[in-house]
Write a new protein. Structure first.
Length: 249
């Protein structure tokens, strides 16, 4: 049996086994709970989606370890409009998944998500806003997002490196550790705001709803999470850089 390290993240270590299987091992207890949740959710979720996702199975609990078939493809670099349409269709299908059924399989539900949001926003008000020379714009965005819906299953961390492509098509969407009930606009931040206009238009046409304004708010407040993480870990450089990002707007 061959085992080739694929890398380590905050939550898990990954290795490629026999060139066919990806094995992920939790690095801490909370991450182990997340891997177990993925093992319950993703094999069920796969039937609803137009693109492949990992379908992990639990193979160990001390520490928690899961394994899934390797998905072929390379991380998405610069999508064209065809891939934009595929991204929009994927997100439409994901956000239409029956949420109650997903919660029954361990997905953090709306009440949990709103609790996380309330606690995070309270910290932003207490620890981030006072550090800005002009906190008004950020305060307004936080006020708009405070009551944003948490009503669909979201990926929670959709970025180019989590989308695999091969031969001009999407061959996989990875890294579901942040999946939860949430605001669909969060999944649209990258597809709508960090791609070219033609790609964003293709995403919107396939998705069928325009959440650009709320996606723009989520993108603008994102550095707040880095500020409080930097405060928690003593990373003053991260705090400074994130505050500069917020100040720039």
């Amino acid at each position: 049996m061959s085992r080739v390290p694929l890398g380590s993240g905050w939550d898990s270590d990954a290795v490629l086994v026999d060139g066919r299987w990806v094995e992920r091992t939790a690095r801490r207890p909370a991450a182990g709970a997340g891997l177990e949740r993925e093992a319950r959710l993703l094999p069920w979720l796969a039937r609803y989606l137009p693109v492949p996702v990992p379908e992990p199975r639990l193979i160990g609990r001390a520490p928690v370890t899961v394994r899934h078939a390797l998905l072929r493809g390379a991380a998405l670099d610069a999508p064209g409009s065809d891939l934009g349409a595929a991204l929009g269709a994927f997100l439409r299908a994901l956000h239409d998944v029956p949420l109650d059924d997903a919660v029954a399989r361990g997905l953090p539900g709306p009440d949990v998500t709103r609790g996380w949001r309330d606690r995070a926003f309270a910290r932003f008000a207490a620890e981030v806003l006072p550090r800005l020379d002009d906190p008004g714009p950020l305060h307004a965005r936080l006020a708009r997002l405070r009551d944003a819906p948490a009503a669909v299953l979201v990926h929670g961390d959709l970025r180019p490196e989590h989308v695999l492509v091969d031969g001009g098509r999407i061959t996989g969407v990875l890294d579901w550790s942040d999946a939860r009930a949430g605001d669909p606009a969060k999944d649209l931040v990258w597809p709508l705001l960090e791609t070219t206009p033609d790609v964003a238009a293709a995403v919107l046409a396939a998705y069928g709803a325009d959440l650009t304004d709320r996606a723009r708010d989520w993108r603008a407040v994102a550095p707040c999470y880095a500020v409080v993480h930097g405060l928690d870990t003593g990373d003053t450089a991260l705090v400074r850089a994130s505050l500069e990002h917020l100040a720039a707007g």
